[in-house]
Design a protein around this ligand. Structure first.
Ligand code: PLP
Length: 438
């Protein structure tokens, strides 16, 4: 093992032995290299005459550029997007995201979280999380309805297995706490470490827990940790903030779990992608919330280095241009106001859907899964196959939806104009009636 990895491991073990135990084999091997990057960082501070360290080209003290490239970007200096960003991410962006994490999650107030490390979108954050904490053969606990890409990351790439609980109770009135609790407790009996993915607002259902449900989920996991099982909890907060009902929990599960027990590693995976409507920019973040005997600073420093080392060995660093754009946007005086306007639009669509779906004419055609947040809602189709219906709607009505399994249809209301909402559900009903006649 590399001596830098050994040094980081001994810091982690010294601060919190359980965190060290929870790292994957790859996580234990990871370190942040002292090669070109750290030597050029040193040179940046001290080499005031000649700096010939890093693999970029310079001219007249500025980053070299082809004018037709630089002409595409107005308002950002080429030094702030053509040069490399650090593997950890742009420092001011990391600090800004951290400040906003505290503003968006009041329950974090008394807790210390790490400085977020920048990833190239949230998928890359999930994959980096998996590299650090998941071994081949590990079980990942998640609901029976999931974002399908988890299978690619956790199962195909990291060779883990998924264990499901039922997300909703049988009356479809809320989160199935019993199923969640039984599943995590069973896995805790079988292994020394459990790994849970909490994705709220949820893809595909558009559900986020009520305050009471959120507290129960947290207390079950904290209780398992207190009883001697190591718990790794990844909070996939891709759709964070888009909470549309009064009784929906407005905090991330991460706020409830961070620092709750030494045996609990809480990891927040989030980003500008959905929250800030910047899908193609690929800016995500990984943030840790831990407890340690002496203080979490050294632990966070070591884990940030392992995380950045993982990024260095994979994509090296996330787009500097994207990071500069996201930072620029967050520092704009109208950022919060503009974001709120987009939030209001999405909330209005969610509420209109709820009104439209009250109509009794849809009663025999589908059940509506609970939804209160995010971009999506799902229907459980009663009498026809969801995939056959999807194809029928596409070919005969020019209407595109996503089928999930035999029964579920996912509607991305984030893409629906207000005027199209009623038409969409009437079209789905027509499609079902067509198929029933066949
Ligand atoms: C639950 C969930 N997590 C993560 C992502 C991926 O986000 P990104 O585009 O930033 O990789 C998505 C995107 O659809 C998602 O639905």
């Amino acid at each position: 093992m590399n001596t830098l990895a050994e040094e980081l491991n001994s810091i982690i073990e010294n601060e919190n032995q359980y965190v060290y135990e929870m790292l994957s084999e790859m996580g234990k091997q990871l370190f942040f290299p002292k090669g070109i990057l750290s030597q050029s960082a040193e040179a940046k501070q001290k080499a005031d005459k000649i700096n010939a360290t890093i693999g970029i080209a310079k001219q007249d003290g500025k980053v070299m550029n082809i004018p037709s490239t630089a002409a595409c970007i107005k308002g950002i200096d080429p030094d702030n997007y053509l040069s490399y960003a650090p593997s950890f991410g742009v420092l001011n962006l990391r600090k800004k995201w951290k400040t906003l994490l505290y503003e968006k999650n009041s329950d974090l107030e008394s807790k210390k979280v790490s400085l977020p490390v920048v990833t190239s979108g949230i998928t890359h954050g999930i994959s980096t999380f998996a590299d650090l904490w998941v071994n081949p053969g590990d079980k990942i606990i998640m609901p029976d309805m999931i974002w399908g890409n988890y299978r690619m990351t956790f199962c195909v790439r990291n060779r883990a297995e998924i264990v499901n609980y039922n997300i909703f109770n049988s009356s479809l009135s809320g989160f199935n706490i019993d199923s969640f609790e039984k599943t995590v407790r069973k896995e805790a009996e079988l292994a020394e470490k459990i790994i849970v993915v909490l994705n709220f607002p949820h893809n595909p259902s558009g559900y986020a827990p009520t305050v009471e449900e959120g507290q129960k989920i947290a207390s079950i996991l904290i209780n398992i940790a207190k009883n001697g099982t190591n718990v790794v909890a990844a909070c996939d907060d891709a759709y964070f903030g888009l909470f549309f009902e009064d009784d929906t929990m407005k905090e991330s599960m991460f706020s409830l779990l961070a620092g709750a027990d030494e045996r609990l590693v809480a990891v927040k995976l989030d980003g500008a992608t959905k929250e800030d409507f910047a899908w193609g920019l690929r800016v995500g973040f990984i943030t840790y919330g831990l407890a340690a005997r002496k203080g979490v600073e050294n632990l966070y420093d070591a884990l940030e280095k392992k995380t950045a080392g993982c990024i260095r060995g994979n994509i090296s660093n996330a787009s500097h241009l994207s990071q500069s754009i996201v930072l620029h946007s967050m520092e704009d005086k109208d950022y919060s106001k503009n974001k709120k306007e987009k939030f209001d639009l999405l909330m209005e669509r969610a509420h209109t859907i709820k009104d439209v779906l009250k109509s009794v004419k849809y009663k025999d055609a589908w059940d509506v899964y609970p939804f209160n947040s995010g971009y999506f809602m799902c229907l459980r189709i009663k009498e026809v196959n969801a995939e056959i219906l999807r194809i029928h709607l596409l070919e005969n009505y020019g209407t595109g939806l996503i089928s999930v399994g035999d029964t579920d249809l996912r509607v991305a209301f984030s893409c629906l104009e207000q005027n199209d909402i009623k038409t969409l559900f009437d079209t789905i009903l027509k499609g079902i009636n067509d198929l029933k006649k066949k």
